[in-house]
Write a protein that binds this ligand. Structure first.
Ligand code: ADP
Length: 567
């Protein structure tokens, strides 16, 4: 999170810091200069006093003082007076004269008569330096009486090589008093510094608040009101400065925003109106189109109804025609059966010589007539079946029955043809084959068609196999699948899609040479379907064909059947 620093603080803190820094620096400078000046003055005073006393001390009188602190000596008192006067004049802490003996300094004359002649153990290198180089030296030291600061000046007298040092004059003031003076200067300056600083800070805060804060608060308030949506709101700030300019700019901006807002609202209003007009126009066009389209639809509906009526009439006509055709075929086939039976009966009667003797050629012709009538009878029967199936007039009578019984019936009646053709027949059925739910006559018809096709289209010496087994069916039900396989001529691939069509016969001499109507498989497929089964085949041209069909099992199934019964 960023810390929020008010603008006032941002302006005030650097200002105050700068001010305090400036005041402190100036104060320090004042203090420093006054201290230095005092120091310089003090130095000059002390140096002068030391030099003056060193120059004016009666050296002859001094020489008469033989031992240090010889206070009873009149000379001592004279020199002491000189020192006393100098101390008073210079406001010194102490003044004295030393003499040197080897590496030891001794008090010679002490203005305050404290000198007892003991070696001055605190003599500093500066004291010795004054002896060596005959110059005035600054000294600073401390002893049990306090700390001292001042100058030592050599008392010069003519000697062997020019001048020599007779002794040293030392003029010092208390170290403490010097510090006190410094402190005094500081104490004088400090209240001004602190007071001035505080006053300035207060003044700065006051001025800043008056000059910046109030106008800024007003600006902030104004911006909040503007932000709340009161466009055109202005601030009453009459300062003739940058803040006044800012307020004026704000007011102009607010007015401009209000103008733009009004324009925008107006434009939006116009746009909406145009939109509404456009929508109304589109609606009108749409309504027109809907009306047109409705009209068209009504018209088309009329046409459609008309077409439907016509179609229904056509369908009715077609149904009627189909029914008429079926009725005709049924009628015709029924009417044909009686004369054909008569023709066949008469031909057989004639052939048997019961009417009169017939020659061999006549007998052959009569047999041909009988065969032709047989073929006609088959055709008539097939046509009748097709017609009845298509017109829905064929009724089935399904009941539980054993497949083997029907198979035996068919194989028995076909035995003659099978033997003639030199074909072998084998029947393979599971022992526990369930009963079928089927129409016995139609089941026999289905088997007859498939078995007769098998022996019609299988060359002599071939094999026909009839097998059956239960298979699972959709749901819980069960079916029986019957397979009639032969090793005959097979069906060409291009013919395989067409063999269930009505009147289709393969264009093959081995087919066309045997009698047939091309209706058998069509009828067979319809009969299987009508009983709830399915029929299909596998065939390899030149190698044989197997027809498979399924029929549903009876609800209560009794195992029945036998396996591998060759006949
Ligand atoms: P068709 O009276 O000619 O036998 P179908 O409807 O029974 O009429 O058979 C239609 C055609 O299917 C046959 O003409 C024949 O070409 C072919 N066909 C049927 N069964 C067999 C078969 N077992 N082997 C070869 N071709 C067959």
């Amino acid at each position: 999170m960023r810390i929020r620093v008010p603008l006032l603080v941002k302006i005030l803190v650097p200002l105050v810091l700068l001010f305090v820094l400036t005041v402190t620096a100036s104060g320090y400078r004042v203090y420093r200069e006054s201290t230095l000046r005092f120091q310089a003055e003090m130095n000059t005073r002390l140096r002068r006093l030391a030099t003056l006393v060193a120059a004016s001390v009666p050296t002859d009188t001094l020489r008469t003082i033989t031992s240090p602190a010889d206070t009873n000596n009149a000379a001592y008192t004279e020199v002491e007076n000189v020192l006393d006067q100098a101390v008073t004049a210079g406001n010194l802490a102490w003044m004295g004269i030393y003499y040197r003996d080897g590496n030891t300094l001794y008090y010679w004359v002490d203005y305050s008569e404290t000198g007892v002649g003991y070696p001055f153990l605190y003599a500093t290198p500066a004291h010795f330096a004054a002896y060596e180089d005959l110059q005035v030296h600054r000294v600073q030291y401390a002893d049990e009486f306090g700390s001292y600061y001042g100058f030592v000046a050599p008392i010069l007298v003519p000697g062997g090589d020019g001048e020599e040092v007779l002794g040293l004059v030392e003029a010092v003031i208390d170290g403490e008093s010097s510090q006190l003076l410094e402190r005094d200067t500081l104490e004088r300056v400090l209240p001004f510094l602190i007071g001035g600083s505080l006053a300035t800070i207060l003044l700065t805060v006051l001025i800043t608040t008056l000059v910046f804060n109030r106008p800024l608060q007003k600006l902030k308030q104004g911006a909040l009101i503007l932000g709340a949506g009161e466009f055109g709101h202005t601030i009453d700030l009459r300062s003739r400065d940058e803040l006044g300019d800012l307020a004026e700019t704000f007011n102009r901006m607010s007015t401009e925003i209000e103008r733009l807002y009004r324009e925008r609202v107006e434009a939006e209003r116009r746009r909406r109106e145009e939109e509404i007009t456009r929508l109304q126009e589109s609606e009108r066009i749409l309504e027109e189109r809907v009306t047109e389209r409705t009209f068209e639809l009504v018209q088309r509906n009329k046409d459609l109804t008309q077409a439907q009526v016509e179609l229904a009439a056509a369908r009715d006509r077609a149904i009627a025609a189909d029914r008429a055709k079926s009725e005709f075929v049924t009628f015709a086939t029924h009417e044909l059966k009686v004369p054909m039976t008569s023709i066949k009966g008469y031909a057989e009667l004639l052939a048997a010589g019961k009417i009169g003797a017939v020659s061999q050629s006549q007998a052959d012709i009569l047999q041909s007539i009988s065969a032709i009538v047989d073929r006609m009878a088959t055709l008539v029967s097939d046509l009748s079946d097709v017609s009845r199936i298509e017109s829905g007039m064929l009724r089935l009578n399904t009941r539980p029955l054993a497949l083997l019984e029907a198979v035996n019936e068919v194989t028995l009646s076909a035995r003659h043809q099978l033997d003639e053709s030199g074909l072998r027949l084998s029947v393979q059925m599971a022992d526990d084959l369930p009963l079928l739910q089927a129409d016995r006559t139609r089941l026999v018809q289905i088997l007859t068609n498939l078995i007769s096709n098998a022996y019609k289209y299988t060359p002599p010496g071939g094999q026909i196999t009839i097998s059956a087994a239960p298979v699972p069916a959709a749901g819980d039900g069960r079916m029986v699948q019957v397979d009639v396989a032969d090793t005959g001529i097979g069906i060409r691939t291009e013919d395989q899609d067409r063999i269930f069509e009505k009147f289709f016969r393969a264009d093959d001499r081995r087919v066309t040479d045997v009698p047939g109507t091309g209706l058998g498989l069509n009828i067979t497929r319809n009969l299987v379907k009508m009983q709830g089964g399915r029929i299909w085949f596998d065939s390899e041209y030149g190698h044989g064909t197997t027809f498979h069909f399924t029929l549903p099992c009876a609800q209560v199934s009794t195992p029945f059947g036998s396996a591998g019964q060759p006949s």
